[in-house]
Design a protein around this ligand. Structure first.
Ligand code: C2E
Ligand code: MG
Ligand code: MG
Ligand code: MG
Length: 284
């Protein structure tokens, strides 16, 4: 009967939920230990100047490999880290480790490289953020003007005034700000109007469909136009094909990031890339 079916469905549903909840509880404990045991590493994905193919920077992306060897994706553990506020110590570690590494690359003759670091909303709005950044810059000797913080539209959901004031303080320190995953959040245009941003990152879904869907193509074109009108530079995320690259160049997109050039690399592999003189990637 329908009633029975309904009950069965409900049972399936609750088993799923129980499974997810159990995994979450287990992960939470693991995440606590991961912070203590330093089970995280950073990978770095090159960012490319569209016109020349030159590597102009890299985005630091966190990786968590558990003691048993299994890998948990940031898509799964970052939301949990936010919920448990563990993102604060994790984020501080990311910032320090990335700046220390980037400082080494600068000292080894690549002082033009820009470092992009992701900040979650909780981190961005935390009262200790400015002091943390200043301490990290002082300890590592990395220059503020080479650091770019990637935030998403969600930073301003709770308190837009506070978020804008924070961005202004960061800009005064000399740090650059990029809006990540642009176009996927809320009130994008209202934020562009009010946020002091340097760089707009077009979200992957638009880039991935632009070669096959004229609507995505139009939206990418419009995003590039709007960004340039507001004196911001534009980077396209998730570029995987030559066709996407050619279209983005034609539309005047400034920077490119994606598997077409390189996956995120462990620090030693990124170092080798730089040491082998691969400071640029061939662009069609
Ligand atoms: P994001 O900041 O938008 O980073 C881009 C994601 O796209 C990365 O996934 C990257 O590996 C992936 N990607 C790059 N190029 C391509 C491509 O051509 N095709 C496809 N399909 N994917 C590509 P990842 O490393 O799994 O990170 C996922 C998200 O987790 C990040 O999205 C970011 O929101 C968050 N995240 C990563 N590291 C950190 C961190 O240190 N702190 C914080 N707060 N969040 C982080
Ligand atoms: Mg990012
Ligand atoms: Mg993104
Ligand atoms: Mg993101």
């Amino acid at each position: 009967s329908a009633k029975e079916k309904g009950r069965n469905n409900y049972q399936f549903f609750s088993e799923d939920m129980a499974f997810i909840a159990a995994r979450k509880t287990a992960l939470e404990g693991d995440l606590n230990r991961a912070v203590i045991n330093k089970e995280f590493t950073l990978h770095y994905q090159p960012q490319i100047l569209a016109k020349t193919g030159e590597i102009i920077g890299m985005e630091a992306l966190i990786r968590w490999q558990k003691k048993d060897g299994s890998i948990v994706s940031p898509g799964e553990f970052i939301p949990l880290a936010e919920e448990t506020r563990l993102i604060l110590p994790i984020g501080e570690w990311v910032l320090y480790t990335a700046c220390l590494q980037a400082k080494k690359w600068h000292d080894d003759g690549n002082s033009h490289l820009k470092l992009a670091v992701n900040l979650s909303s909780l981190q961005f709005m935390d009262d200790g953020l400015i002091a943390t950044i200043q301490q990290v810059l002082k300890k590592t000797g990395f220059s503020a003007s080479s650091l770019e913080l990637e935030i998403t539209e969600s930073v301003a959901l709770d308190d837009a005034e506070k978020a804008i004031a924070r961005m202004q303080t960061l800009r005064e320190i000399g740090v650059q700000i990029a809006i990540d995953d642009f176009g996927t959040g809320y009130s994008s245009l209202n934020y562009l109007k009010r946020f002091p941003l340097n760089n707009l990152k077009i979200a992957q879904p638009f880039v991935q469909d632009m070669a096959t869907n004229p609507r995505d193509m139009s939206l990418v074109e419009a995003m590039i136009f709007i960004a340039h009108s507001l004196d911001m530079s534009v980077i396209a995320e998730g570029v995987e094909t030559e066709e996407q690259l050619a279209l983005l160049k034609e539309l005047g997109c400034d920077e490119i990031q994606g598997f077409l050039f390189s996956k995120p690399l462990p620090a030693d592999r990124f170092t080798k890339l730089l040491m082998n003189g691969v400071t640029s990637v061939k662009v069609i």
